[in-house]
Design a protein. Structure first.
Length: 383
């Protein structure tokens, strides 16, 4: 590793927090110091700290013992966007924004930061884009429980969120069984159904509702009636916060106009539960997992992935590259242009093999489509 012009770098965690952020901070800091003699400064609360000039030195001691800790020792922020920075409200209560890209560049200059490691999701990569365009050396590290970042097959934090959601669904399974009820569990994921699909499959949930497959409540209720009255007598439904009725809209829980990405989804779980109870007559309860999915210690797979990504971020910088985001595809690490990933989402393809596998096992996606084994109702085709 060598890249002589990089003497000092900054690292920040930006966007919604997730398990594994500290593991990346540790990997970035230790690799930079041990392998390249680079000094590392931590920027507090994402881009807000860059605008407000809140930075602190990080050394091996400062990042020791944080591998297993949830959250981020640097703090994070899922509103601050340098190009459209919220500075207050006008007389009518409307939000006022300013372009703080020059202020960010000034902070970087003031601390002689030659490069910046931005650990964030699609919103943060989008927020970093104007700085990349202004010539700042940035390497992005893909973070989010939603697993929806374009250009990488996985983001760290996702697998821990899936483990947490699966554990919750397992617990809901036994209580639904005892009371002969339907339990609806709303999980996070924004516009992507990765958490709902994977936790739904891992827990053997009966119905999986996700944004990519708009559902019809009639199909869901018919399936549940059959299962409750003729089958095991209970049902578990996992619904992604971004799921929507066919021809309907996503449910919005709140709008935060201080944020460049103001929509916060939520509420679909309760609405689905009410509709199921009405249509089936079966007692139905709702659980919203919420931020539980973002907290806590990362599972081993996320610690490993985060460490790998952190190391690769510094290796990429030392290879003389800039404006890149480290990625993993087909189990190999690499990097893509950060501007290519900025602001884009990677949704679940509706023909994803895990969707097919779940359908094959009889899981209902609320779209009226069932998977049929070719031998069930049509002759096998031999090619
Ligand atoms: O992107 C991560 C995420 O947890 C989403 O799954 C969720 O929609 C959103 O952030 C919640 O944001 P907030 O923390 O602002 O409520």
């Amino acid at each position: 590793m060598s890249h002589k012009h990089i003497r000092r770098i900054g690292v920040m965690t930006s966007g919604g927090d997730c398990p594994g952020l500290n593991a990346v901070i540790r990997a970035v800091t230790k690799t930079a110091i041990y392998q390249a003699g680079i000094e590392v400064l931590g920027i507090e609360d994402g881009f807000q700290g860059l605008v407000e000039d809140r930075v602190r030195p990080l050394n091996a001691r400062a990042v020791s013992g944080i591998l297993t800790r949830g959250g981020t020792i640097l703090g994070s922020n899922n509103r601050a966007n340098p190009k459209r920075y919220h500075v207050g409200r006008d007389a009518n209560g409307n939000p006022v924004y300013e372009d703080k890209v020059p202020t960010c560049i000034e902070t970087l200059r003031k601390h002689s930061l030659d490069a910046l490691i931005v650990i964030g999701g699609d919103g943060s990569m989008g927020a970093a884009a104007p700085l990349v365009e202004a010539g700042v050396n940035i390497i992005g590290v893909p973070k989010t429980i939603d697993n929806d970042l374009f250009g990488t097959e996985i983001t760290f934090g996702f697998l821990t969120a899936v483990a947490t959601a699966t554990d919750a669904l397992d617990r809901l399974h036994s209580t639904a069984d005892s009371h002969h009820r339907v339990v609806v569990c709303e999980v996070m994921g924004r516009n992507a159904g990765w958490i709902a699909l994977t936790a739904g499959v891992a827990s053997g949930s009966d119905v999986i509702l996700m944004p990519e497959i708009p559902f019809d409540i009639g199909h869901v209720s018919d399936y549940i009636k059959e299962r409750v009255h003729k089958g095991p007598g209970f049902a578990v439904v996992v619904v992604s916060e971004g799921a929507r009725l066919r021809g309907g809209n996503q449910m919005v829980a709140r709008v935060d106009d201080r944020s460049a990405d103001p929509i916060r989804l939520g509420g679909i779980g309760a609405s689905v539960a009410q509709a199921i109870e009405l249509a089936t007559g079966v007692e139905t309860r709702t659980t919203v997992l919420g931020h539980v999915q973002r907290g806590g210690t990362p599972i081993a797979a996320d610690r490993i992935l985060a460490t790998h990504f952190g190391y690769h971020a510094i290796a990429t910088l030392m290879a003389g590259k800039t404006g890149r985001m480290v990625v993993r595809n087909k189990n190999s690490f690499g990097d893509i242009a950060l501007l290519q990933a900025a602001g884009k989402q990677r949704l679940v393809p509706t023909n994803h093999s895990l969707v097919a596998a779940a359908r094959a096992l009889g899981t209902n996606f609320g779209d009226g489509q069932a998977w049929h084994h070719p031998n069930d109702d049509e002759p096998s085709v031999v090619v």
